[in-house]
Design a protein around this ligand. Structure first.
Ligand code: OGA
Ligand code: MN
Length: 286
C-alpha cells in the first residue's frame, strides 16, 4: 500500500499522496482514505488534472450515494447542459451571457453546505479546473475543537437548542432562484437542526451552525438569538481552529460538512476560476 497521509499541522486537514483518482481505488486504498478523512476532516489530493466528471463521481461514490446539486442564485442553464445533476459547477465565468456556475467571484462567508435541508450532505468534494493567480483560497475550521473550547456560559446557552438554517440565500449572500428575502428570522424557510451534533461515525460532538445570515436559535427572542449567534460565529472563526488551502489546478478536496465549516476569499473577477463539486448524502443531524 502506497497511501501516505501528511497532516497539515493545523487544526484540521491532511494531504494524501500516492493515489491517482482518475483510476478506481482498491478497497484497501479507500479504507485508508476514509480513516484519514475521519481523523483529519479535510483531505487534499494534489495533481489530479486527469480527473474528469466521471472520475469525480466515481471517487465520491466510495463515500456514499450522491445528492443533486443545490439551487443557485441563477438557473445556470449553460452549466447543466454540459454536466450532470450530481455536479455543481462553481465559477465566475460567463459564456454567451450565462454564468457557467455558481457563487461568482465574491467572498463566501463561513458556512457548511446545504444545511438548510432536513438531511444535509455529509461531505462535499471539490476539484479545481481553473484557478486565478491570486485570491479564491478556501479555508476550513474544525467544529469539534470549536465546541471543546466554547466558553462555559455559551455552551450552557445553546445546549439542547435548535437553530433554523435559512434556505433563501447562497453562501455569497445572494437570493436563490424563486426565494424571497427574509423579513423575520423566526419565520425564515429552511431546516432546524440541533446546534450541538454527534458525528454518526466518530461519535465526536461538534458545533453545527450552518451560516450566520438569517440564522435563528429557537426559544430565544430575536435579539438574544442574534447576540448568541454573533458570539458563536466570532468564536468559530478564530484562526486556531482553521486551515487555509491555496489552490492549484488539479487539486481535489473532500471535507466533512458535519464537523467543519468553510469559507472562500474573493478574487479578481477578470480572471477565471472553475471548480466542479459533488455532494454526498447524509442523515438528519442529531
Ligand atoms: C463549496 C464552496 C468554496 C470555493 O464548494 O461548497 O463553498 O472554494 N466553495 O469555491
Ligand atoms: Mn460551500
Amino acid at each position: 500500500m502506497t497511501v501516505e497521509v501528511i497532516p497539515t499541522g493545523a487544526a484540521l486537514g491532511a494531504e494524501i499522496r500516492g493515489l491517482d483518482l482518475s483510476k478506481p481505488l482498491s478497497d484497501a486504498e479507500f479504507e485508508a482514505v476514509q480513516q484519514a478523512w475521519y481523523d483529519h476532516i479535510v483531505l487534499l489530493f494534489r495533481g489530479q488534472q486527469k480527473v474528469n466528471d466521471d472520475d469525480l463521481i466515481r471517487f465520491s461514490r466510495h463515500f456514499g450515494e450522491l445528492d443533486i446539486a443545490p439551487a443557485s442564485e441563477t438557473d445556470m442553464a449553460g452549466s447543466q447542459e454540459k454536466s450532470r445533476p450530481e455536479i455543481w459547477i462553481i465559477s465566475n465565468v460567463v459564456e454567451n451571457g450565462k454564468p457557467i456556475g455558481a457563487l461568482g467571484d465574491k467572498e463566501a462567508e463561513w458556512h457548511t453546505d446545504m444545511s438548510y435541508v432536513a438531511e444535509p450532505p455529509m461531505a462535499s468534494v471539490l476539484h479545481s479546473r481553473e484557478i486565478p493567480r491570486q485570491g479564491g483560497d478556501t479555508s476550513f475550521a474544525n467544529m469539534y475543537k470549536a465546541l471543546e473550547e466554547l466558553p462555559a456560559d455559551l455552551y450552557a446557552a445553546i445546549e439542547g437548542r435548535y437553530c433554523n438554517h435559512d434556505s433563501s440565500t447562497t453562501s455569497v449572500g445572494e437570493l436563490r432562484v424563486g426565494a424571497s428575502a427574509v423579513v423575520d428570522v423566526r419565520t425564515a424557510p429552511g431546516a432546524r437542526h440541533p446546534i450541538i451534533r454527534t458525528h454518526p461515525v466518530t461519535g465526536g460532538k461538534s458545533l453545527y451552525l450552518g451560516r450566520r445570515l438569517n440564522g435563528y436559535i429557537e426559544g430565544y427572542s430575536v435579539e438574544e438569538s442574534e447576540k448568541l449567534l454573533d458570539r458563536l460565529w466570532a468564536h468559530c472563526a478564530k484562526p486556531e481552529f482553521a486551515w487555509t488551502h491555496k489552490w492549484a489546478v488539479g487539486d481535489l478536496l473532500i471535507w466533512d460538512n458535519r464537523c467543519a465549516i468553510h469559507r472562500r476569499d474573493s478574487f479578481d473577477g477578470s480572471e477565471r476560476r472553475v471548480m466542479h463539486r459533488t455532494q454526498i448524502k447524509g442523515d438528519a443531524p442529531r
